[in-house]
Design a protein around this ligand. Structure first.
Ligand code: ZN
Length: 119
C-alpha cells in the first residue's frame, strides 16, 4: 500500500484550466519532511460512474518501526548520520459495514502503561 503512495495517480473528470475541457490528469504526493506524528487515512471508496463502493481489501500495517524515509522526496536532503524516521502504531479506527450509509466505527488504542490494546 505505501509503495503506491508517491506514484502518480490518474485523476478523471477534472476540468483543465488550460483548455476548459475534462480530460485525465495526474497528481502525486511528495513528502519533504516527516512530522512527529503521522496520520494515515486509507481511502476505502471506489467510484464506478456515480456509484461508490466500499473497498473491502484487508490492510496490514506494522505495529512498530515503520520507516517512512523511502517515501521522502528526492529533493529532501538528509544527513547520512540522521536516524531513520521510525513510527509506531498507536491507534486505529475501523469502519464496520458493507456500505457508507450504515455501520459503525471501532477504535483501538495502544496504552504503553499496560502494553496492551484497548478497544
Ligand atoms: Zn487541457
Amino acid at each position: 500500500m505505501l509503495t503506491e503512495f508517491n506514484h502518480p495517480e490518474v485523476v478523471h473528470a477534472v476540468t483543465c484550466d488550460a483548455c476548459n475541457t475534462q480530460h485525465p490528469h495526474s497528481r502525486e504526493i511528495q513528502l519533504y519532511a516527516l512530522p512527529e506524528v503521522v496520520l494515515i487515512h486509507v481511502g476505502r471508496i471506489m467510484w464506478q460512474g456515480v456509484q461508490r463502493q466500499k473497498i473491502q481489501t484487508h490492510v496490514s500495517f506494522p505495529l512498530g518501526n515503520l520507516d517512512l524515509s523511502p517515501y521522502l522526496s528526492n529533493h529532501y536532503q538528509r544527513a547520512p548520520a540522521d536516524d531513520p524516521d521510525l513510527y509506531d502504531l498507536v491507534s486505529v479506527v475501523e469502519h464496520h459495514g458493507r456500505f457508507f450509509g450504515s455501520g459503525h466505527y471501532t477504535t483501538f488504542c495502544y496504552t504503553p502503561e499496560t502494553q496492551s490494546w484497548l478497544r
